[in-house]
Design a protein. Structure first.
Length: 240
């Protein structure tokens, strides 16, 4: 991508000077994805966060300047890049695949995106206490069924259970009021001490807020309290 193309791509992504997103913000996913190499680009429609979803999630997660947001399984970093450019938050993406981390870092350099970093690491090596809010786009579904990016990392149902349990436990230890946004999936990694406070995009995007203290024994027994939004008849994960 040449310098002119990068400027054209970055122009709609300029920060608005606060946590409010610009009303006129719009860029097609196909245009944004031009910043990636062809192979990474072909994965976007299945594995990367759509621009509109990233913008909404950023608005929900960044409630004060400097809020630290962790993207669990960031892939090529699309959510972090958009969110960091639109808000005053600081975004960190963690990803196991080295090629995707490299693509994310290259894209950040081309966009001149500040307030964003990408870690090549396993999620179980990341301390959630270093962050204020969390974005989760179905990062472990590859371990069960459906589309797979490649065979570069181990995939198994056992790892699905291990990773989701780790994320759930780490989220449980966060302070009351912690925000998590999930996109797609069944929210297996959201502990029962979080309530779903609002949904967007036909319930595909959910805002979770920690409202109760974490009880590890309750989680292990599977005796979860009912999740809700808009009252007692709200959304609850189908797998629970």
């Amino acid at each position: 991508m040449n310098a002119s193309s990068t400027r054209d791509l970055a122009s709609p992504l300029e920060a608005s000077g606060g946590t409010e997103l610009p009303d006129a913000f719009s860029i097609e996913d196909e245009k944004f994805d031009q910043i990636y190499p062809p192979l990474v680009r072909t994965l976007s429609s299945i594995f990367w966060t759509p621009v509109a979803v990233a913008a909404e999630a950023a608005r929900l997660l960044v409630t004060r300047p400097g809020a630290r947001v962790l993207d669990v399984g960031c892939g090529a970093g699309k959510f972090c890049l958009i969110a960091a450019t639109l808000t005053d938050g600081r975004f960190t993406g963690v990803e196991q695949r080295a090629e995707l981390v490299s693509a994310a870092r290259d894209a950040a350099a081309q966009l001149g995106a500040a307030g964003v970093e990408f870690l090549h690491a396993n999620i179980m090596d990341v301390a959630f206490a270093d962050y204020d809010a969390f974005y989760i786009f179905n990062p472990f579904e590859e371990h069960l069924h459906g589309h797979k990016i490649d065979s570069a990392v181990p995939l198994s149902p056992e790892l699905f259970e291990r990773y989701t349990s780790y994320v759930s436990g780490q989220l449980g230890l966060q302070p009351l009021g912690t925000r998590v946004v999930t996109y797609m999936g069944y929210a297996d990694d959201i502990p029962a001490c979080y309530d779903c406070e609002a949904t967007f995009f036909n319930d595909d995007v959910k805002l979770w807020i920690k409202t109760r203290e974490y009880d590890p024994a309750l989680e292990r027994l599977g005796l979860t309290t009912r999740r809700s939004y808009r009252g007692s008849q709200g959304w609850a994960p189908p797998r629970r």
